[in-house]
Ligand binder design. Structure first.
Ligand code: C2E
Ligand code: CA
Ligand code: CA
Length: 835
């Protein structure tokens, strides 16, 4: 991994946000539940502040009211933020410079996308080689603060703040140790225990590592146990420090600098030693971070570098004057060494792997390169040996690979691998026009198990959970562990939408069976959130985030249940989902779709002046579905574009047929939804349609509702004018139901106003209805006349209604009275004659 990686790759995308008025305790509750170390305060869509675990230490625990104060009072602002493309290395510097632990990651428009913390950097950075080589003791800077158990919470928080540590050790009267972290303090704000002694509040037992353990071991423990701090004990069992990700990061940086310094020193020494032989210096410089031995031509050691001492355990004074046989492991026979020398004689160079023994007796594997150094006469004067200890590397190669893509505990794919797979699946689904689903699973009350029964039980439980989940999935589905008690399922190639909810129920059932873990029997629940591609997101990131959001809702709304990301879907549940899925199939095949035509009759002449095209859908299972149901559905899911296109083509083809048959069809109006109207290339598409079916200008017109044009009238004018140039009539549909002022009409190139049928129907209603609607119709028709627009009265069902319209300047009548929508054939027989 490199420092060049953009931070968006390692950020936590699930942002926790609240508004400025949120009481502190509520914010803390949400942070604790989500195990977030910060909460972003948003106002009118903009981040205005941030409140972090560190800030929690500043709360006055002696004052109950302090827990309820609005977060705006205590948050930090402004919020440090970086663009999503900022390299990780730069982000590290920024965190250091600001002395902050959180950075907001924002998009091009400054919109918040996620958070990056020091922990993320420590976990994701390419510092593994360092962590592998170093012992924990090398990064411990100071002894931890030890608080007596009788200290009151308020005093403890103040002491932590003053000491500047994210965690402290707590010792009760019996001398038993526990730990209190900033995260715990957040929980105390969430659930205020009173200003009581901290003894009973601390987490026990203290999870420890030994001073001489490697940092990589500590890091893996932290990740596996989902802890943020470990206690470090010396050989006597005394706690000598607390270790968190931050310490590792700082330590690794310091060590890196130190190694560089040493490498430089070593280069200087080597230069001095080989003034007559620059070649050697160059080679040494090249490899100066490796262990180096320089011997004379007889193999007597003249020089060793610090890395040599570090790996072998021998000091410089112990090695100089001896031969490398000092390190012999006894693992290689005489033949091996003879061959090596033979090679060196001939090629002046040998490279291989060799087992040696450290001073302490331990065997280690090194990759060794020996170069003979010669003088001007090509006589060997020295040998330089460069080596690196690859024991751990060899052992860790597999482990590291797994760590990078698999979860260490469950061996399931981790977030990184999941995101890769999800991205692939999305591409596939896009190509195949398929759906896929992401299910976010979070165990309910897992932390309690961890806290009360210990981490061993927690780990074992997670293993069993993973097993049960896996058993309920198909082979092609991906189950991943995101960390802690969070799992994620990727279901690809969904057959139907009910399938997702069926799987969700199956998973919940599997988890709710009693667990038997290391002699403890108990029950667990889990909360699931489901997001669907493409509806709820078209990138791996948004899908996971949507599923997370839905999971959170499941938790809030009772736990041990699932929620779909789109709340409205939960209400109508799977019937609507199934309907939407059916619509998708229908739109693809065109089967079950039809266009009906309803005549618009001239009030004066009684002639058919035009027709409106209305789409019809009949499904084998669901029967006839009203456009009032499936059009909004199509709009939401994006299906309206292909559907609308299908309608338009049908109409064009039909008109063409009629004309070929010698009939004289009237102008036909097609309804346009907002996303259709605003799609790029619409005008061009219509122009081509006219050409393809040889239609005269204006043969097809369009109906739009006011809401389509809302807020974008300026831009709309251009599109409308282009349509007018094709001769198309443009009607404002459902007029009177929108919000627009009448005056905006005069700026738009329209031809027709359609008065919504509600007004028409009320015109013949009771006294009060009649008066209101008469006023509107009078105003609308009057205005239309003035603007030179035709007026259509929609939904005229009775003679009474028609009569009531008599005194208004209405041009056209459309309704059941004058003609219901009918299929094309019926329309032709009833209304069309040879032209
Ligand atoms: P709309 O554009 O207002 O269409 C007129 C609706 O009024 C049609 O309902 C029509 O059948 C109905 N109607 C006509 N005369 C009467 C009458 O006398 N009384 C009553 N009660 N109703 C009458 P429909 O076909 O159910 O369509 C509902 C809505 O669906 C349409 O409202 C339109 O917004 C949308 N829609 C229909 N077809 C399409 C289409 O191809 N594309 C788009 N984007 N939307 C469509
Ligand atoms: Ca219409
Ligand atoms: Ca209408």
């Amino acid at each position: 991994m490199s420092q060049e990686l953009p931070i968006e790759r390692i950020m936590q995308a699930a942002l926790l946000t609240c508004d400025p008025a949120t009481p502190l305790s509520e914010a803390a509750t949400r942070m604790a539940e989500r195990r977030c170390s910060s909460i972003l305060v948003m106002q009118a869509g903009k981040p205005v502040g941030i409140w972090t675990e560190r800030d929690a230490l500043a709360v006055d625990f002696s004052d109950l009211a302090a827990m309820q104060c609005p977060i705006a009072k205590v948050m930090s602002s402004p919020v440090s933020s970086l663009h999503r493309s900022t390299p990780v290395g730069e982000a590290m510097l920024a965190l250091d410079a600001d002395n902050r632990r959180h950075l907001l990651v924002v998009g091009d428009a400054g919109e918040p996308l996620g958070m990056v913390t020091q922990t993320d950097l420590a976990v994701n950075q390419g510092i593994e080689p360092y962590l592998r080589l170093r012992e924990i003791s090398s990064v411990l800077s100071h002894r931890p603060l030890v608080l007596p158990g009788h200290l009151l919470l308020a005093e403890a928080a103040a002491a932590m703040r003053q000491h500047g540590d994210a965690a402290v050790v707590e010792a009760n009267d019996a001398g038993e140790l526990g730990i209190i972290t900033e995260r715990d303090v957040v929980r105390f704000i969430a659930r205020y225990p009173g200003n009581t002694p901290v003894g009973p509040l601390a987490s026990r037992p203290l999870i420890t590592v030994r001073e001489q353990d490697t940092l990589i071991y500590a890091r893996d423990r932290l990740i596996d146990l989902r802890l943020r701090h470990l206690a470090v004990v010396d050989t006597g069992g005394q706690v000598v420090g607390l270790l968190g990700f931050r310490d590792m990061l700082a330590g690794a940086e310091r060590l890196y600098v130190e190694d560089l310094r040493r490498a430089l020193e070593q280069r200087d020494k080597a230069l001095a030693l080989s003034r007559q032989n620059l070649q050697m210096a160059e080679r040494v410089i090249d490899a100066s971070l490796e262990g180096i031995i320089i011997t004379d031509r007889n193999g007597v050691i003249e020089y060793v570098n610090p890395a040599f001492c570090q790996v072998t355990g021998y000091g410089e004074e112990e090695a100089v004057g001896r031969t490398p046989a000092l390190l012999s492991s006894g693992r290689h026979d005489a033949v091996f060494y003879r061959r090596m020398w033979h090679e060196l004689d001939i090629h002046r160079y040998w490279r291989g792997e060799i087992w040696n023994r450290r001073k302490g007796g331990a065997l280690y594997l090194e990759r060794l390169t020996i170069t003979a150094i010669t003088d001007e006469d090509d006589k060997v004067t020295h040998y330089a040996a460069l080596f690196s200890d690859i024991t751990l590397a060899r052992e860790n190669e597999e482990r590291v690979r797994r760590l990078a893509y698999y979860d260490a505990l469950t061996r399931l794919p981790n977030r990184r691998l999941l995101e890769d797979r999800l991205a692939l699946a999305i591409r596939h689904a896009h190509r195949q026009q398929q759906r896929l689903a992401v299910i976010f699973i979070d165990l309910d009350h897992f932390k309690q198990v961890n806290d009360t029964l210990g981490h061993a039980v927690g780990d074992e439980l997670l293993l069993q959970v993973a097993e049960r989940l896996q058993a309920k999935l198909r082979e092609d589905d991906t189950l991943a562990r995101l960390g802690g008690d969070e799992f994620l399922v990727l279901l690809s190639e969904l057959d139907g939408l009910e399938e997702v909810t069926r799987v969700a129920r199956r998973l919940i059932d599997a988890i709710s069976q009693p667990f038997d873990v290391l002699g403890n029997t108990f029950r667990m629940g889990c909360s699931l959130g489901i997001s669907l591609y493409p509806e709820d997101g078209t990138t791996a990131d948004t899908l996971v985030r949507s599923a997370d959001t839905a999971m959170y809702r499941a938790k809030r709304e009772g736990r041990n249940t699932y929620r779909l990301f789109r709340a409205e879907m939960n209400d109508h549940d799977s019937r609507l989902l199934a309907l939407e899925s059916a619509l998708r199939d229908t739109v693809e095949s065109g089967e079950g779709l039809a266009v009906h035509y309803q005549p618009l009759i001239s009030r004066d002449s009684g002639e058919v002046e035009g027709a409106e095209a209305l789409v019809r859908w009949k499904h084998p299972e669901f029967g006839s579905v009203s456009p009032a149901t499936f059009i909004p559905m199509a709009e939401r899911s994006g299906l309206i574009i292909p559907l609308g296109q299908w309608v338009m083509e049908q109409v064009a083809e039909q008109l063409c047929e009629w004309r070929k048959a010698g009939l004289a069809p009237p102008r036909v109006a097609v309804n346009l939804s907002a996303s259709q109207f605003w799609q790029r290339g619409l005008v061009e598409q219509i122009r081509q349609l006219f050409a393809r079916f040889a239609l005269p200008p204006g043969q097809i017109g369009f109906e739009l509702t006011e809401s389509v044009l809302l807020d974008r009238q300026q831009e709309a004018v251009a599109v409308l004018e282009a349509l007018r140039e094709l001769g198309c009539r443009i009607a404002i549909d459902d007029f009177g139901t929108g919000y627009s002022s009448l005056s905006y009409l005069q700026d738009l190139p329209l031809t027709t106003l359609k008065v919504d049928r509600r007004f028409v129907q009320r015109l013949a209603g009771d006294e009060s209805e009649r008066r209101g609607s008469a006023a509107i119709i009078a105003a609308v028709t009057g205005l239309a006349q003035e603007l030179g627009l035709r007026v259509v009265a929609e939904g005229v069902e009775t003679q009474e209604q028609l009569d009531a319209l008599a005194r208004y300047p209405v041009t056209l009548i459309q309704g059941y009275l004058t003609g219901r929508p009918v299929d094309a054939e019926t329309f032709a027989t009833r209304y069309l004659h040879k032209g």
